[in-house]
Design a protein around this ligand. Structure first.
Ligand code: NIG
Ligand code: FE
Length: 444
């Protein structure tokens, strides 16, 4: 386990990687890799480029401070650089960029394994929600949880993500659905990001569901979100992004427009849960509102997909949800064909996709949805980083980018999907620092 200071100590931040450029004197050489496999560039890859993975055989990677300064042959490295402070042995493994998970609901309390059984027995996600289960049951548990309980739960999930190779994660509020509980979730994310090596990108999602006490007046709740909850979150600078669940029985396209117009004024990047359970025009709405990304998209129309392509909206496919709910998969082939950049995410949450593992999601993106293994790797790294506005710094193993890397116990990146159901992550480097070594979390 990563050693942590007590929850009450929020003054010092030595474990955080956020905004820290690292000790410039520190140098790390990753040697002995069979191959470095990485997308390239500073923006999302789409269409024929979706699967553009560069394979660099027998390469070493040198990190100085928090950045990559060299990727190439050992001999050239030795000519240009001095001996590093530290060597990480890749032992014929594959070096890939650290995974970026662009859609999670990490700060939640309580579990819903009872619903899991009900679904296996034939009830649908919507039926369970209509009978008082679903999101609202997690809302009740999350409202009840103390800040410290929620922080510990979140830190454990970040540990699991890191062990599975995720070096940056998005995480949403949305199980509070009232001012104080939403603030609690986002403050937990702030503190978790400061304590943990995984970089946390916080998203405000008070419009994740209409809370039970507002079911008679959803517009009234939208007013509360816009007038009270968004401004309070913005005043504490607790979010970088906003997300809305636009769905039949949740928020209508018009309510979503209003919420997003307001969020845009606050300077937040826009994400949308769109066309998950039916086609409500969510894909086109994402294009219209200037969203950076739209998630789910199982029922997105052809016109909606074309609009996303024109507007440059990134599609975040969540194949874990399709698998977990035994539903159809997002139309990833149509998205790629239309020129929409595809990213993938876990959607880690207790109801529709209870996993922290990006490699599980990569395997499902291939075996369930139909991406090639190269397309899925781009989706889980560079395109995911672009969905979070971080493709200039994250998502590829290249000189000048932050040194967020994973060494897989596998001879090629194809093994991520091909050798499914096991954790192939041997080492993880975050901002130039070894944070998982031989499958074990390192204390910091
Ligand atoms: O992304 N679709 C809405 N939100 C989550 C599910 C959350 C839950 O079931 O608790 C999702 O699938
Ligand atoms: Fe979600």
């Amino acid at each position: 386990m990563i050693r942590r200071r007590p929850a009450s100590d929020n003054t010092s931040r030595p474990q955080s990687n956020r905004g820290r450029r690292g000790d410039q004197a520190r140098s790390l050489l990753i040697e002995g890799a069979a191959v470095v496999a990485t997308p390239r560039g500073n923006h999302a890859l789409a269409g024929p480029e979706q699967g553009a993975i560069q394979l660099i055989p027998d390469a070493v990677v040198r990190c100085e401070g928090s950045d990559v300064v060299f990727v190439g042959k050992r001999r050239e490295h030795d000519r240009r650089f001095q001996r590093p402070n530290e060597i990480l042995e890749a032992a014929d493994g594959t070096v890939i960029p650290g995974f970026v998970d662009p859609h999670t609901h990490l700060p939640f309390a309580g579990y819903r394994e009872g619903e899991f059984d009900r679904r296996l027995a034939g009830e649908s996600y919507a039926q369970i929600a209509a009978s008082g289960g679903g999101i609202v049951s997690t809302v009740a548990a999350t409202r009840r949880a103390s800040f410290t309980e929620l922080l510990q739960l979140t830190l454990r999930r970040l540990d699991r993500q890191l062990l599975c190779g995720t070096t940056t994660t998005e995480a949403k509020s949305g199980y509070g659905l009232e001012l104080e509980a939403e603030l609690k979730q986002l403050r937990v994310l702030e503190q978790a990001g400061e304590r943990h090596p995984v970089e946390v990108v916080p998203t405000a999602m008070p419009a994740h569901e209409v809370p039970v006490e507002w079911r008679h007046d959803a517009d009234g709740y939208v007013n509360v979100v816009v007038r009270e909850i968004y401004p309070a979150i913005a005043a504490e600078r607790l979010a970088e992004q906003v997300d809305v669940f636009c769905e039949r029985g949740v928020f209508t396209p018009d309510q979503t427009r209003r919420l997003l117009a307001d969020a845009k004024h606050l300077g937040w990047r826009i994400h949308l849960h769109a066309d998950e359970l039916c086609d409500l025009g969510g894909a086109a709405l994402a294009a219209e509102t200037g969203a950076a990304a739209a998630s789910h998209l199982l029922y997105a129309s052809r016109e909606g997909i074309a609009a996303m392509a024109r507007a440059g909206v990134i599609a975040i496919a969540l194949p874990g949800v399709s698998f977990f709910l035994r539903d159809r998969f997002a139309p990833v082939r149509e998205l790629v064909k239309a020129g929409v950049p595809v990213a993938v995410a876990t959607d880690c949450n207790p109801g529709s996709s209870h996993t922290e593992s990006m490699s599980a999601v990569v395997a499902l993106a291939c075996l369930g949805a139909g991406l090639s293994s190269e397309e899925a790797l781009v989706a889980a790294t560079l395109n995911a980083a672009a969905a979070l506005g971080r493709a200039d710094r994250l998502g590829s193993v290249e000189v000048g980018k932050q040194a967020d890397l994973v060494v897989l116990d596998a001879p090629s990146p194809k093994h991520l999907a091909y050798h499914f159901g096991v954790n192939l992550v041997r080492h993880v480097v975050k901002a130039g620092k070894v944070v998982v070594r031989s499958g074990a979390l390192q204390t910091h």
